[in-house]
Design a protein around this ligand. Sequence first.
Ligand code: ZN
Length: 279
Amino acid sequence: MTGPRAEIGVIGGSGFYSFLDDVTEVTVNTPYGAPSDSLFVGTLAGRAVAFLPRHGREHHLPPHRINYRANLWALRALGARQVLGPCAVGGLLPEHGPGTLLIPDQLVDRTRSRVNTYFDGEPRPDGARPGVVHVSLADPYCPQGRKAALAAAAGRGWEAVDGGTMVVIEGPRFSTRAESRWHAAQGWSVVGMTGHPEAALARELELCYTSLALVTDLDAGAEAGEGVSHAEVLEVFAQNVDRLRDVLFDAVAALPANEPRTCPCATALAGQAPGIDLP
Ligand SMILES: [Zn+2]
């Protein structure tokens, strides 16, 4: 592939890259269809970074309609091996109120309608036939990416929560109070709508994936009031987008070089027969 290359991918909206002055818009097609939008490649702290608006630049894609396979594939095709996934979440515990930044170390999948693997046994339109592959997702996030994100937050005076479980719901509706109380009773920390299958697909492509979860509201069960409103989520996100961008950019600078990667993400397919060539 000719054109701009990137070593790091960021899945997040235009609030993160719109003011960079050397951004190039790149259209990437994948065997899985089109990503959410063009990829925007720019330089940050000497690192080439590809930004991909997860919901499209007009924010027209709800979480369950995002082509997660195309998104991760496109990032890898541009050269990215490390991916940062900032996202808005609801806090399930009173101590994780709006404005909390949490770097999760665990994930629970409560989605139900999403294509969540590249290894579905179905021949692709280009004739490639994926093998039967089972990757480990015991630890769904990259240990080195998490370290970089936590250090970046600390460096900006934002004490991020180190670890916790993100439960990912199908959406697009928010949880009922009973669902929310149940999630909290399991000991889970935050609830989101995009963290799965993003993390699982990244692992299948041997990408390093790190989630940066910004709490924008207390989820229904953790709150006595009216429950979550979309307006509230947008407002808190807007209040925090500048400092989240600072942390994100510092994390980009702190990520180790792409090769050789020493974390287990880099060898997730070792010993298996994927049947498809990774880009
Ligand atoms: Zn890794």
